[in-house]
Design a protein around this ligand. Structure first.
Ligand SMILES: [Fe+2]
Ligand SMILES: [Fe+2]
Length: 203
């Protein structure tokens, strides 16, 4: 049943709503969601197709955002320079793809998915406003990650010690940005699916 759009103001920066402060979708926002629990999605007759495809895109983003800090830690702990040289281009390649993929995905959601959902389901205005706020924070984190990737050396020439130090310095800058993105993606993507998949299953 269609519910009325919310009349109150939504404050993204409140601890209950901000992606780096909330630990769940707030009870208030949950009241406006359609209820189909996550474990029932795969067996739902409308899950195949767009909803399933969208969760697969998310799974790909989450795999990449988990691998990037893991590989960066491997480089920090690498036993020798050959291992570092093998890992460095993989890290740079994965990071570049992840930033590109994430920007493209957010663009589609901001310009196509979310406006369409808002029109079809006005009751989701505040949850969608929260996801939009998340994307703005994610854009900052992706910029931070991209800057760290630009400074990260794919190949280093020179004496062994200088090469090791150059890679370790690159990894030290990259790791916090990669870890921050991964934590934000876990929160944002999980909540985004809880908000949007039950609505998609009604279409
Ligand atoms: Fe999103
Ligand atoms: Fe998404």
């Amino acid at each position: 049943m269609q519910k009325d759009p919310p009349q109150t103001v939504f404050i993204y920066d409140a601890p209950d709503n901000h992606v780096e402060m909330r630990s769940d979708i707030s009870a208030e926002l949950r009241r406006s969601l359609f209820e189909v629990s996550r474990e029932d999605w795969p067996s739902h007759p409308r899950f195949r197709g767009e909803a399933e495809f969208w969760t697969q895109i998310h799974a790909g983003l989450l795999n990449a955002s988990a691998a990037l800090p893991a590989w960066t830690r491997q480089l920090q702990e690498a036993a020798d320079l050959d291992a570092m040289q093998a890992l460095a281009p993989r890290i740079a390649g994965l990071g570049g793809q992840l930033v590109h993929h994430a920007h493209g995905h957010h663009h589609i959601e901001d310009h196509h998915f979310f406006p369409a959902f808002l029109q079809l389901f006005p009751q989701l205005a505040h949850p969608l406003e929260m996801l939009d706020g998340d994307h703005k924070v994610l854009a900052e984190v992706l910029d931070q990650l991209q800057a760290a990737l630009r400074a990260f050396p794919v190949a280093v020439a020179g004496p062994d010690r200088a090469r090791r130090e150059a890679w370790l310095a690159g990894a030290e800058r990259l790791l916090p940005a990669a870890e921050r993105l991964d934590a934000l993606f876990i929160r944002h993507i999980g909540d985004e699916e809880e908000i949007c998949i039950p609505a998609m299953l009604r279409l």
